[in-house]
Structures are given as structure tokens and as C-alpha cells.
Design a binder for this molecule. Structure first.
Ligand code: SF4
Length: 270
């Protein structure tokens, strides 16, 4: 075997192992959190980033093998940033033969008008995006909204909320919206970002950058990402343990009187 074909075979092996690992993690999260039920109509939110492209691949595969029947609708929000390459996603989705819809909503003008120059726009932009997607889901009998957040997004949010918000909370894999009208699922809740990055490189997705608007990704989130990556390198297993810890909470060993009746418990025990 020539060196070139040995390399190709090695790459294909790696790709197939990685796809399997991601499919297994997605399948496990879907089962653990009962994310998909018979006759669900899933709206797959596609931004053009590595996470959402990977999620779509995984859900297409899952749909072929799942014991329940469900439909997928890929939805992209064109926020009218300057130079947004609006042809990329339609061409990609048509080639895949996936039903899709592009919502055109000029949130870019709103965000640039409201946020002073030099400030991060991502907070307001995300809120407007969420409102638009929730509204579309309600109007189109969508039963679940699938978002491409992964394990590392969840942990970054956990530390952001602890360090800057004083709460112990993260991003749940399954969430009913505050008004009760929508259900959000995160099928990649068990997937490592590094695996998604590697998979995306193998797949050569036509990535659309999020910062076409000129804003920078939230700096504090970037700090959390750096911290977690550093821990992953220096202390193997630490990040996995932290993720396990949010699935294994002991309210009696914390100090929140709203979720654990400490004094009542002591009286009962006495
Ligand atoms: S970087 Fe992305 S999230 Fe932030 S304001 Fe721009 S489009 Fe919105």
C-alpha cells in the first residue's frame, strides 16, 4: 500500500470512529432526556457554524435508525449582516435533500442602532434571534427546537453563572420556554467541542462566521473556554468530572434553603 493510500485509510478510520462517538453521545442524550418522541417535528437551528452543521448530520443519522418517527426542518435566520453569504446554506441543504426554511429578519440594524459602538452586541442579538425562532416555531407547529450547544458550552455557562451571576445553573439539555409555548432540546449536550471541531474539519463544512457584524464573541465566555481547555490539558479527567457533577447534585450538601428544608429536616430528625 502506498503512503498516500495508507494516509487516506487512516483518515477514514479516524473519521468513522469520531462519527460513531458523536452519534453514540447524541443517541444517549436523546434517550436520557427523552428529547424526541413519535411524530415530533424538529426545527434544527442552523447558523452555519460547526456545531449546528454537526448537529444536523447527527439528527439525520439518528432519524434513519430511531425507533420513533420524526421530521426535521432546518431553519436558518438571515439577520442581514453586511456580506452575509445567503446562498451557502440553501445550496448545502438542497444537496443534502433536507427540508429547510430561511427566515429573513433584519436584527442587525436593531442591534447596531441600540448598542453603543465598541460594546459587545451578542447579548441583544441572541435575545432577538431566540424571539424570532420561538415565534416561527409556534406558527409552524414545531414540537421541539434543536440547538447545537455542546458539553463545553454547558460548562462555560455553569462557570459564567457562578463567577458573574452568583447562581449555580447552566444550560439544560431539555427546556420548556418561560411562556410554556416551546420546548428546546440540546442533542449534543454530551459531545466534546474538540470532537465537533475535528468532525467539522473532516467534513469540510462551508462555515459562515458569526462575526460578520463586526462584534466579538463575549469576552467572558472566551475566558471560560480558555480556562476549561487549560484544565483539560493539565488535569485530564477534570472537565468530565465537572460535567458528571452537574448530573449528580446533592442539595443537602449545598446551602440553598429554597430547595432543601434544612431546619425542618433537623427538627424532623430530632
Ligand atoms: S457575533 Fe454573532 S451573536 Fe454576536 S452580534 Fe454578531 S451575529 Fe450576533
Amino acid at each position: 500500500m502506498s503512503e498516500a493510500s495508507a494516509n487516506t485509510e487512516f483518515r477514514e478510520n479516524q473519521y468513522s470512529k469520531l462519527s460513531k462517538k458523536l452519534r453514540t453521545n447524541v443517541g444517549k442524550a436523546v434517550v436520557d432526556f427523552n428529547m424526541i418522541e413519535n411524530n415530533d417535528k424538529l426545527m434544527v437551528c442552523l447558523s452555519g457554524g460547526k456545531d449546528s452543521y454537526t448537529m444536523l448530520d447527527m439528527l439525520i443519522e439518528l432519524r434513519k435508525r430511531a425507533p420513533v418517527s420524526f421530521d426535521l426542518l432546518a431553519v436558518n435566520l438571515d439577520q442581514k449582516q453586511p456580506d452575509y453569504p445567503e446562498h451557502i446554506l440553501p445550496e448545502y441543504l438542497e444537496a443534502l435533500n433536507v427540508p429547510y426554511h430561511v427566515i429573513e429578519r433584519d436584527t442587525y440594524s436593531v442591534v447596531t442602532r441600540v448598542i453603543p459602538a465598541g460594546k459587545t452586541m451578542c447579548g441583544l442579538c441572541s435575545r432577538l434571534r431566540r424571539g424570532t425562532l420561538y415565534g416561527f416555531a409556534e406558527e409552524n407547529q414545531i414540537t421541539k427546537i434543536a440547538l447545537g450547544h455542546h458539553r463545553d458550552d454547558i460548562l462555560e455557562t455553569l462557570f459564567l453563572n457562578m463567577f458573574h451571576g452568583g447562581t449555580l445553573s447552566a444550560m439544560p439539555p431539555w427546556l420548556r420556554s418561560d411562556d410554556g409555548k416551546n420546548i428546546v432540546i440540546r442533542p449534543m449536550a454530551y459531545c466534546r467541542e474538540q470532537d465537533i471541531e475535528d468532525y467539522s474539519t473532516y467534513r469540510n463544512f462551508p462555515i459562515i462566521p458569526c462575526n460578520l457584524c463586526g462584534s466579538q464573541e463575549n469576552m467572558q465566555r472566551q475566558e471560560m473556554k480558555k480556562m476549561l481547555r487549560d484544565w483539560e490539558t493539565r488535569f485530564p479527567g477534570r472537565v468530565e468530572n465537572i460535567f458528571r457533577s452537574i448530573q449528580n447534585i446533592k442539595p443537602s450538601q449545598l446551602a440553598d434553603r429554597k430547595i432543601y428544608p434544612f431546619s425542618k429536616r433537623n427538627n424532623d430528625d430530632a
